[in-house]
Each structure stands twice: as structure tokens, then as C-alpha cells.
Design a protein around this ligand. Structure first.
Ligand code: NAP
Length: 267
């Protein structure tokens, strides 16, 4: 990995410049996604919106496992690299650990718990794979090689609030995904009205958790890279929460009328 990066970049300054540009490009892609998903009302084509227009179907467990794998493999190679001097600093260690906690669950555990998920169209699978590689490199290369925090950053209120948001969001996300998967008995593929946890308040409880999680990560890490990821996640998952909410309202006559799409009591 180190040899490839040395071949790609002539200096550390050049690589840092590229990593910063990657963050701004992700923000630009978030804006493009906002236009496509929110203004033009398209859905990201997987799950209940999967369509054969986007390529042949890939088994859902295989798709989630393989597409998310670069999000831990690339960062793993980066943190074990001999030049990863920043991994010895406590603030960097904690923020990198937050990233790994999420992606170890997402790529090594979540895929094998899915019950009856729809096959993923190849294009969605391939885009998710590229995204995980891009984001994994951008987040963890920055944190392991470039990010400089004062040692006292881990007791700063912004770090502590960000950490608690990350933890709270992650727990909501995993609890909500657990509720969804238990709506199906093994072998079932249909949909039911989710009940319990944050689903009592919003249709997109798992998405709300993930949005809070990465906003907390961005607050704790204070970087253009984490901000870009948080914005991208918010755009994609907000659109998905509203699409699911409208889908439930159309499909179930008895859908709880006081339940909102994403923000409890508001939206
Ligand atoms: N950071 C990001 O940018 C990002 C992007 C996408 C997803 N994610 C995260 O990845 C996870 C999965 O996302 P997703 O978009 O696949 O979530 P989802 O649409 O809510 O589906 C999650 C799983 O639950 C099943 N399911 C959903 N609603 C159900 C219902 N009412 N009854 C029975 N089963 C139901 C789905 O089956 P079907 O496949 O049959 O619909 C799927 O297996 C979430 O935690 C999300 O936050 C993150």
C-alpha cells in the first residue's frame, strides 16, 4: 500500500492536497445527489427500489459484505503502515476507532444478519464498493498520517459532544436495523409496519441514527473529510427516509398517522 502511494504522489504535501480535494469532490457529489434524489425525486436503486435497469441482481448478503469490505481493508493497511505516525496520538486513535467500530459491524456482521433482503443491482453494488474504497482511504489516511490535534482534544467539549452523538447515533442505527430484520421470519421477504424504538417516531429510524452518528464523527474530528462524509450521508439517507415514509403511507392504510419521516415530531 505504501509503495503504491509513494508511486502515486511525489510528496506528502501533494497527497494532503489531493485528500483535501477529495473531500471537496465528495461535497460536490453530495450536491449532485441532492439534485437527483431530492429535487428530481429519484430513488437509490436497491432494496425495495431495486430495478433491473441497473444491472444484474447480486445476492444481497454477498453485495453488502463485498461492497463494504474496502471500508475496513484499505484503512487497515493504512494504519499498519510504517509511516502512519499519527496513529500513536490519542485523539487520532479514538477517532479512527470510531470509524472502525462502525465498519466492522457494517461489513463483517450486518450482511450476515439480513433476512430476505432484495438482491442488489450490479450498478448500486459497484458504486457502493467504489464509495467505500474512496471514503475509507480519505478518512483514515487523513487521520493516520496528517491530522494534528492537541493532546487535550479528547477532553474538549466539541470532541465529547461529537463522541456522544456518534455513540448515540450508532446505537439507534443498530437497534433500528435489528427491529427491521425481526419483522421477517427466516425465508420471508415481505414488508410490515416497523414498531418500537425510534420507529415509534419516524419511518427512517435507522437512517436518523446513521445521520446523527456521522455528524458526531465530523464534530469530533473537525476535518473537511469527515464533514464531506457527514453531508453525503445526510443527503442520501434523508431522501431514503422520505421515500420509505411515502411508500409506507401508500402501502399501509393503518400506518401510524403521527409518525414522521426522519425528524421526530417535525418532518
Ligand atoms: N452512510 C451511508 O451513506 C449509507 C447509505 C446507505 C445505507 N446505509 C446504512 O445501511 C443500512 C441499510 O440501509 P438500507 O437502505 O438497506 O435500509 P432499509 O431500506 O431500511 O433496509 C434494511 C433492511 O431491512 C429490510 N426492511 C426494511 N424495511 C422493512 C419492513 N418494513 N419490513 C420488513 N423488512 C424491512 C430490508 O429488506 P429489502 O431489501 O427487502 O427492502 C433490508 O434488508 C442502514 O443502517 C443505513 O443507515 C448507510
Amino acid at each position: 500500500m505504501e509503495a503504491v502511494l509513494d508511486w502515486l504522489f511525489s510528496s506528502k504535501e501533494e497527497e494532503q492536497h489531493i485528500i483535501t480535494s477529495m473531500a471537496y469532490f465528495m461535497m460536490f457529489m453530495a450536491f449532485c445527489s441532492f439534485v437527483t434524489l431530492t429535487l428530481l425525486k429519484e430513488n437509490v436503486p436497491y432494496g425495495r427500489y431495486a430495478s433491473s435497469k441497473y444491472g444484474f441482481p447480486v445476492n444481497v448478503k454477498f453485495a453488502w459484505f463485498v461492497q463494504e469490505l474496502p471500508a475496513i481493508l484499505v484503512p487497515f493497511l493504512l494504519v499498519v503502515s510504517s509511516s502512519a505516525t499519527k496513529v500513536f496520538m490519542m485523539p487520532n486513535q479514538l477517532i479512527i476507532a470510531m470509524y472502525f467500530c462502525h465498519y466492522i459491524q457494517r461489513s463483517l456482521i450486518y450482511p450476515f444478519l439480513i433476512r430476505g433482503g432484495k438482491p442488489t443491482p450490479f450498478v448500486s453494488f459497484a458504486l457502493a464498493f467504489v464509495f467505500c474504497m474512496y471514503n475509507g482511504y480519505m478518512q483514515v489516511r487523513y487521520l493516520s498520517h496528517f491530522a494534528v490535534y492537541p493532546a487535550s482534544w479528547v477532553t474538549h467539549p466539541l470532541f465529547l459532544i461529537g463522541f456522544l452523538m456518534w455513540l448515540f447515533g450508532w446505537l439507534i442505527n443498530m437497534h433500528s436495523d435489528h427491529i427491521l430484520r425481526n419483522l421477517r421470519k427466516p425465508g420471508e421477504t415481505g414488508y410490515q409496519i416497523p414498531k418500537g424504538g425510534m420507529f415509534e417516531y419516524v419511518s427512517g429510524a435507522n437512517f436518523l441514527g446513521e445521520i446523527i452518528e456521522w455528524a458526531g464523527f465530523a464534530l469530533a474530528s473537525q476535518s473537511a473529510q469527515s464533514l464531506a462524509f457527514s453531508i453525503f450521508t445526510t443527503v442520501v439517507l434523508t431522501s431514503r427516509a422520505f421515500s420509505h415514509h411515502n411508500w409506507y403511507l401508500e402501502k399501509f392504510e393503518d400506518y401510524p398517522k403521527n409518525r414522521k419521516a426522519l425528524i421526530p415530531f417535525l418532518l
